[in-house]
Design a protein around this ligand. Structure first.
Ligand SMILES: C[S@@+](CC[C@H](N)C(=O)[O-])C[C@H]1O[C@@H](n2cnc3c(N)ncnc32)[C@H](O)[C@@H]1O
Length: 309
């Protein structure tokens, strides 16, 4: 058996929380290489899968072909792939002719393919064009660096990277960019490493800067907030929402939306994490934080206008 290009994280936990029911539709809002989708299909569910990365369509086509080999003459009856953003979930479901679904899964962040395959610019350990666009359109990270100033860049690094040395790094990056464009990951890493204060550190000095730029390039937190509301709106009564976050900024948004909506019941007070065994086998599971919620069966009855005791 060949190793999948992306190993699905906390797969059994996700399936337990989603409780797929045979012949009922679910949404996988972050298809990637389709690991979670394949497991949902294997349990008998039907899946609308969404991914904004055009490369994900290759994995969707492979899944489509496998369904045909398994004897399905029209795989669209069980599996549909949409190239798009999960923030537009309502429109994607309308196009698919669906009103409500039994479950929505969002496995956030980047896939192993985006980190490892080709020159996508997400990885600080590989040299390549400083791109970072998941959907392959719009301004790249290099474009943002070329057009920003120290104050704005420092604000991004502070807010989206939680980088302690945000101003120092922003000054170094803007000074280097004014000498020559920073258009490769290697050059950005080099500038950061030179500017970073010496001393013990827990992670790579460029990790937080790369996280911040990726979030800005793809408007990841804006899409997450909108996508969570769209996902909850799309759930049938009793439907399940499962979200895998990979850093504290994402997890905080998930926690607050689930707590504040009023029409879902969070099922995880604290996020669940991967086991040591899973982390040993798949280091990308290390930072995963899984939260789940169930859509209320009965909508709260609004107070009639003017009704006061
Ligand atoms: C961690 S991977 C998902 C891996 C997948 N669960 C699997 O088993 O292969 C995240 C995927 O979500 C996609 N993605 C991230 N944000 C998105 C968004 N707002 N809308 C649609 N897709 C998104 C990325 O392009 C990436 O392919």
């Amino acid at each position: 058996m060949t190793t999948p290009p992306h190993v699905p994280v906390m797969l059994e936990r996700c399936l337990d929380a989603l409780e797929p029911v045979a012949e009922r539709w679910m949404v996988d809002g972050t298809f990637g290489a389709g690991g979670h989708t394949r497991a949902l299909l294997a349990r008998g569910a039907k899946v609308v899968a969404i991914d904004q990365d055009p490369h994900a369509a290759v994995h969707a086509a492979a899944l489509d072909a496998d369904l045909r080999i398994a004897g399905l003459t029209d795989p669209r009856e069980r599996f549909r792939f949409v190239a798009g953003n999960f923030r537009d979930l309502a429109a994607h479901l309308r196009t698919a002719g669906l009103e409500a679904v039994d479950g929505v899964l969002l496995d956030l962040g980047v896939s192993s393919m985006q980190l490892d395959e080709g020159p996508r610019g997400f990885a600080f350990r590989q040299d390549g064009p400083l791109d970072m666009r998941m959907r392959g359109e719009g301004p790249t990270a290099a474009d943002l660096i070329a057009a920003t100033d120290v104050a704005e860049l420092a604000a991004w690094l502070h807010k989206y990277g939680e980088e302690r040395h945000s101003r120092r790094l922003a000054r170094a990056i803007v000074a280097a960019r004014d000498e020559a464009p920073i258009d490769t990951t290697g050059r950005l890493v080099d500038v950061i490493q030179r500017a970073y204060p010496p001393g013990p550190r827990r992670d790579h000095p460029a990790r937080r800067t790369f996280q911040a730029l990726r979030i800005v390039v793809n408007d990841e937190l804006g899409a997450l907030e909108e996508g969570l509301h769209a996902a909850i709106d799309a759930l049938a009564p009793g439907g399940r929402l499962v979200v895998l976050a990979y850093h504290s900024l994402e997890d905080r948004i998930v926690k607050h939306v689930l707590r504040d909506r009023g029409d879902v019941e969070p099922r995880t007070k604290r996020p669940l994490e991967a086991t040591e065994a899973e982390i040993d086998a798949n280091p990308r599971a290390r930072s995963a934080k899984l939260r789940t919620a169930v859509r209320h069966v009965y909508a709260p009855v609004p107070e009639p206008a003017g009704a006061t005791a």
